[in-house]
Design a protein around this ligand. Structure first.
Ligand SMILES: *Cc1c(COP(=O)(O)O)cnc(C)c1O
Length: 412
């Protein structure tokens, strides 16, 4: 009965071109990555789908620091942070992150988590009590949505980027504990939330802001400290979440907020308390990653990334215009080419793959129905030639996918 039920669901997914499958990477995360079946010779593909924005996931010094951390601290942490798993490496990392965010958040302390997903569940469940209301941006990441679902707080949603609608909701609210919850850089669109306006609203309505900077930390700001540095914001109302598996190239996440908030999370946040601490070696590797991000190398990687973004956007703008597609209004490393229906997005992704290029086709429920897209992400380890190759391949794919679209539908 269960299996039949699931089989029907799988058939429905297939009919809507929504089946997902995993590919196996045989080599490290890098623009040129070998992909294939478990026991087959892998194919080298030029990839534009990782979130390794600075190209640090396969950085020799960070990999070396990871090995050094393993030699010093062993493989595992052995317990949760509150039992015996909290190591010197974790504490050093938290201290370093707190110092980084202190210019933007008075009395900032930082708390390291195994993943960003857990950090978001922790913040929203620990602060989103029955006395609170969460005001959630419509395009928030799934982990923020799940955190809001799990929280006891009342949840209200405001349309993407619509500060007027949010203002109206805040004004109408009688709740004394208001939290605005938003991504900084939207993960499937690449645009940046109007955080200065949101902060002004927070001040006017005595609300707090939970900001998830998964795609901004490391990439935005002179020193890579993320969206708060980029926009020059400072307030104790900011509850900041940065993730460390994307631009920072390793794994995990952190919350930086006023010391009282962090203390509350340590004592009450179940996704923090009831899980084994990440291996100390991971935190040790992140110390090296932070040094690189803040230093000259990080600066030059961000400058190179900015040049690649400009090159890709000018090429994509011409292409989108010809095909009647929409290029997202994004200045970040996330560049969505919105084609509309699922089958076209898949056909485009397949046409690129036939040329040895890998770009993810993002479909519902990750994005709203009718907005299936290629989500092209750039990394500082791409070259200008890589971007040219992608643009040329897209131009060649264009006539193929616009015509066979009807054929594909008939076949389905
Ligand atoms: C990736 C992502 C997360 C989750 O972070 P992980 O460390 O991968 O669990 C949270 N929020 C946003 C916006 C993300 O893109």
């Amino acid at each position: 009965m269960l299996l039949e039920h699931l089989k029907r669901a799988a058939d429905e997914r297939a009919a809507q071109a929504l089946t997902r499958r995993r590919r196996i990477a045989h080599s490290a995360c890098a623009p040129h990555q070998s992909v294939g079946a478990l026991d087959a010779t892998p194919t080298p593909l030029l990839t534009f789908c990782s979130n390794d924005y600075l190209g640090l996931a396969n950085h020799a010094s960070i990999a070396h620091a990871l090995a050094e951390g393993a030699h010093r601290y062993g493989a595992g942490s052995g317990a949760s942070h509150l039992v015996s798993g909290h190591s010197l490496a974790h504490a050093q990392l938290e201290e370093g992150l707190a110092r980084w965010l202190a210019p933007y958040i008075p009395q900032a302390q930082a708390l390291y988590f195994c993943t960003g997903y857990m950090a978001n569940l922790a913040v929203l469940t620990a602060l989103g009590t029955a006395q609170a209301t969460l005001f959630c941006e419509a395009l928030n990441h799934a982990s923020l949505i799940d955190g809001a679902r799990l929280a006891k707080a009342d949840v209200q949603r405001y349309p993407h980027g619509d500060t007027q609608a949010l203002d109206a909701l805040l004004r109408a609210s009688q709740c004394e504990l208001k939290l605005i919850v938003t991504d900084s850089v939207f993960s499937m669109d690449g645009d940046i939330a109007p955080l200065a306006d949101l902060l002004a609203l927070a001040e006017r309505h005595d609300a707090w802001i939970v900001v998830d900077d998964a795609h901004g930390f490391g990439t935005l700001g002179e020193q890579g400290r993320g969206v708060l540095e980029h926009l020059g914001l400072r307030s104790e109302r900011l509850i900041y979440i940065g993730t460390l598996g994307k631009a920072a190239g390793v794994a995990g996440a952190f919350v930086a907020a006023h010391a009282t908030i962090v203390e509350h999370l340590v004592n009450t946040a179940r996704p923090y308390i009831y899980t084994t601490a990440a291996p100390p070696a991971v935190a040790h590797a992140l110390l090296t990653s932070l040094q690189i991000i803040a230093g000259e190398e990080g600066r030059s990687r961000r400058a190179h990334l900015a040049a690649l973004i400009a090159q890709l956007r000018s090429g994509l703008a011409a292409l989108a215009e010809r095909a009647g597609w929409t290029l997202g209004a994004s200045d970040t490393a996330i560049q969505p080419l919105i084609v509309g229906d699922n089958a076209t997005a898949l056909a485009l992704s397949a046409a690129l793959e036939a040329e040895g290029i890998r770009v993810g086709a993002i479909r519902p429920p990750t994005v709203p129905a009718g907005t299936a897209r290629l989500r092209i992400t750039l990394s500082a380890s791409h070259t200008a030639e890589d971007v040219t190759r992608l643009l040329d391949a897209l131009a060649r794919a264009l006539p193929q996918v616009s015509a066979p679209r009807a054929a594909h539908k008939e076949a389905a």
